[in-house]
Design a protein around this ligand. Structure first.
Ligand code: MBD
Ligand code: FE
Length: 282
């Protein structure tokens, strides 16, 4: 399998932590709300401890594992793989437009701007199956959204993300771009189909998967963020019908509405697919 050779945890995980720490966050939550969330979180944990009669040995393993996740810089990775899907679902449940999915740890803002018809930044010898993706961005009432942006980022044919696979010689903005839709809200993007992603098994997140005999794979996916003034930003991932691991995504981020079914192109140059986005007014 070509995807066994994955970026080492100390590289991809720690990189995600470095990038995350450049941001500053405030939630403005009241002490009452913080207290309620913490109490319920701990209460849920106490139930698990009693139900499974968790031993002191297991408690010590937990402690050393928690320390190791931080030392490996893998908290963004671990949280986005195991927790974010629930946060995403709860916070987008009100929407009438397109389904979203998790952002994950490998988004970088301000990718180079590209016109509505474009080829993604890629190496001259970029490996993989070419994919021509056409689509339109509209509002829930059907209005075409010209000048909307579709930020697209995804792994290459080896499962690596640019800026998160140090030493692999991948150009900084490889397979990352900010596409601006035309007057009709349309776009046509040439890119290269990504490979499935494997959580590096030499880091604490992968070690936890191994200890539980869980498959560390995510299905091949395209990440997008769609933005237009006056609309809720849509963050989603698109998957490939019949692709490996669409049924057992370790990050539980696949939804049936997000599965693409590309067909062979008439010119024989890879595949094509049409898939658009419907935004909810803010
Ligand atoms: C990924 O590529 C990803 O999208 C998520 C959510 C977690 C780990 C790797
Ligand atoms: Fe990803």
């Amino acid at each position: 399998n070509a995807h066994v050779d994955v970026p080492a945890a100390a590289e991809s995980g720690a990189k995600a932590t470095d990038k995350f720490l450049t941001k500053k966050f405030t939630a403005g939550s009241s002490p009452e709300r913080v207290s309620a969330i913490l109490e319920d979180t701990l209460g849920a944990l106490f139930e698990v401890i009693r139900k499974h009669k968790v031993t002191y040995a297991e408690y010590d393993v937990l402690k050393s594992w928690l320390i190791q996740v931080g030392e490996d810089g893998e908290w963004p990775l671990w949280l986005d793989v195991f927790i974010e899907h629930e946060i995403e679902d709860v916070n987008t449940a009100h929407r009438k437009g397109s389904k979203g999915s998790i952002e994950g740890p490998y988004y970088v803002p301000n990718a180079p701007e590209l016109p509505a018809r474009c080829t993604m930044p890629m190496r001259p010898d970029e490996k993989g199956t070419p994919l021509r993706w056409t689509g339109q961005v509209t509002s829930v009432d059907g209005t075409p959204l010209g000048g909307a942006t579709v930020e697209l980022w995804h792994a290459d044919d080896d499962g690596y993300y640019s800026q998160f696979a140090e030493g692999m010689g991948i150009p900084e903005w490889n397979l990352r771009g900010t596409i601006v839709t035309d007057e009709e809200g349309r776009f046509e993007i040439d890119t290269m189909q990504p490979a499935p992603y494997a959580i590096p098994t030499d880091g604490a997140t992968g070690q936890m998967c191994l200890a539980a005999a869980w498959s560390p794979f995510r299905p091949a996916h395209l990440h997008i963020k769609v933005s237009a003034p006056g609309y809720e930003q849509l963050t989603a991932q698109l998957y490939f019908q019949g692709g490996e691991h669409t049924d057992d995504d370790i990050a539980k981020a696949v939804k049936p509405e997000l599965i693409l079914a590309p067909t062979p192109r008439a010119d024989g140059e890879g595949k094509e697919v049409d898939y658009g986005f419907v935004l909810d007014p803010a």
